[in-house]
Design a binder for this molecule. Structure first.
Ligand SMILES: [Cu+2]
Length: 265
């Protein structure tokens, strides 16, 4: 596990990268800290937050993260494929209504690769190496599996929406460029909007069989609870990168058994 903690204003954000024996990489983000509070006349209610104590409420808010994933699956040249699961209509070919299939869409350019999560389709994204065949004759691949996520509540034309435009899409893909590091640009508090990902991807560069960077945006939706006051219990969100056709079988089968930490007698 590789971890760090970042203090931003009233919050603590813990970033925990878990590296598992089965080849899975998980980013777990832990959120805690003290709520922002506003004044609320005693006896009044507000649709924009939750009363916490006499004269105090916690406003509804969201926390968004962007993770820059400089991918290299089995070599430098990769592509991204969106995989949706789709039930077949009932009929003679699907008499008991249990057949469903997966549909693949190659995201070939930066504009095509601006995507949203869709749990109604079990959506995930495969990062494939089209130049290397796996044990069943398909491209070697990892998949990006979204965890908890949400759509932004801020208007895209407002000041926050313009400066943090990366939150308007859960997935972005760009060709690797060493100076493209920060999804809201180098000066997120000092520009009128549009810097970073929207600016770079306007060129609509190819991301098919290139050296790729994936940008995954994910948000914690915080409708405040009285239980978050005065110090919030930890909330966990994150995502996984899982091998999906990278190995020929379960790579964790030969892992030695865990040794007991305490003696038996
Ligand atoms: Cu919060």
């Amino acid at each position: 596990m590789i971890s760090s903690i970042c203090t931003v204003g009233n919050y603590e954000y813990g970033f925990f990268w878990h590296l598992y024996n089965d080849g899975t990489i998980e980013l777990e983000v832990k959120l805690t800290g003290c709520l922002t509070t506003n004044a609320l006349p005693v006896g009044e209610d507000t649709p924009y937050g939750q009363a916490l104590a006499p004269g105090l409420y916690g406003p509804h808010h969201q926390h968004f993260f962007s993770v820059r994933l400089d991918m290299e699956v089995d070599g430098p040249q990769n592509r991204v494929v969106e995989v949706d699961s789709v039930p077949e209509p009932m009929g003679p070919d699907n008499p008991i209504g249990s057949y469903w299939k997966t549909e693949r869409t190659v995201l070939a350019t930066e504009q095509q690769a601006q995507r949203q999560v869709d749990p109604t389709k079990g959506r995930f994204w495969k990062i494939e190496n089209p130049n290397v065949e796996n044990s069943v004759g398909e491209p070697t691949a990892y998949k990006l599996m979204p965890g908890e996520n949400v759509f932004p509540m801020v208007h895209p034309d407002g000041i926050w929406g313009r400066r943090g435009a990366f939150i308007q899409k859960h997935l972005w893909v760009t060709p690797y460029a060493p100076d493209e590091k920060f999804p809201a640009g180098d000066y997120p508090n000092q520009h009128p909007g549009g810097a970073g990902l929207p600016e770079w991807t306007a060129a609509d560069r190819s991301v098919d069989n290139e050296d790729l960077v994936l940008w995954y945006s994910f948000g914690a939706h915080h409708v405040v609870r009285p239980e978050d006051w005065p110090v919030m219990p930890v909330h966990h969100i994150g995502f996984k990168l899982k091998p999906a056709g990278f190995f020929a079988g379960n790579p964790a089968l030969d892992v030695p058994p865990t040794q007991a930490k305490h003696c038996q007698h």
